[in-house]
Design a binder for this molecule. Sequence first.
Ligand SMILES: Cc1cc2nc3c(=O)[nH]c(=O)nc-3n(C[C@H](O)[C@H](O)[C@H](O)COP(=O)(O)OP(=O)(O)OC[C@H]3O[C@@H](n4cnc5c(N)ncnc54)[C@H](O)[C@@H]3O)c2cc1C
Length: 299
Amino acid sequence: MKKLIDFLKENNISFEENVDGKKLCSFRVGGNVTVMAKPKNAEQIVALFEFLRENSIKNILLGRGSNVVISDEGYSGVVVLLSEINEIKIEDKKITVGAGVSMLSLATAAQKAGLTGLEFAQGIPGSVGGGVYMNAGAYGGEICQVMTSCTCFDKSSGKVISLKNSECNFAYRHSVFMENKDLIVLSAAFELNGGNAEEIRAKMDELRGKRIASQPLEYPSAGSTFKRPDGHFAGKLIEDAGLKGYTVGGAQVSEKHAGFVINRGGATANDIKDLVKHIQKTVKEKFDVSLECEIEFVE
Ligand SMILES: Cc1cc2nc3c(=O)[nH]c(=O)nc-3n(C[C@H](O)[C@H](O)[C@H](O)COP(=O)(O)OP(=O)(O)OC[C@H]3O[C@@H](n4cnc5c(N)ncnc54)[C@H](O)[C@@H]3O)c2cc1C
């Protein structure tokens, strides 16, 4: 680790040692993370991943940690965050943003510029990089509908490349970045339509109101726990299986929205994992439907 710390210092990359995993994921669970690093630009990202590869140091990239559960044992390696990659550039109807920009900031920038198409994104608490990785979406909108291209760092070749939308294998909560974990989104470009800033704001407010009314936003979670199975809604299946309010330790199937597992207080990553397994088993037994986890477990 001394070699890594020396490298981070020499390359002027911000870092922290022994970070509480609870601070890095929206579920507020997890043990100690050995090192958290925040590169400031593409050069630092390239240099950092090259160093980690050459020295076989375990690492994972996170955006805002809003779709992950960090293990109770913590993470013995480097968590790389792109929160410093946060430039927003607007040219006519095109917005280009760094991967660390929050979806809320992206949606707000579009709204202020009188550009419509990203209203759906404002309530998704992730980063643009995480949103592209997940093909995040809500209320009929999805990243793949508005993103035209992105730049990526390919850890395997050490090159920065550009991918068009059609090369990203987008599907429901799926992208090429899930197929190839060596690809890191550095920035993404969105092509939007001209609109009225007031009307766009009103639409965003309306969607925010819907979220507040239907989702347990007062508790830590990672949003919808499962992907929508073909022909069904995960929340409805879980509710019909009698699991609303079902609790394992501090993890609970939300009483407000059964599609969410929440941290009622003091939940561990293992509580969440055990609850997820119990839900999957029960729904499979009762309805013969397999629920695929949308959230990811970092171990
Ligand atoms: C209250 C709540 C509501 C939510 N509502 C929605 C919703 O309506 N719709 C929806 O789709 N999701 C929703 N989510 C889930 C989550 O916000 C999204 O999946 C989001 O896109 C995750 O982004 P992130 O930056 O937090 O990613 P993280 O959780 O940090 O990471 C998730 C995955 O993305 C990868 N990743 C992150 N950044 C990059 C990058 N730059 N390049 C390559 N891979 C990367 C990580 O390695 C990891 O595998 C919700 C979550 C919460 C807590």
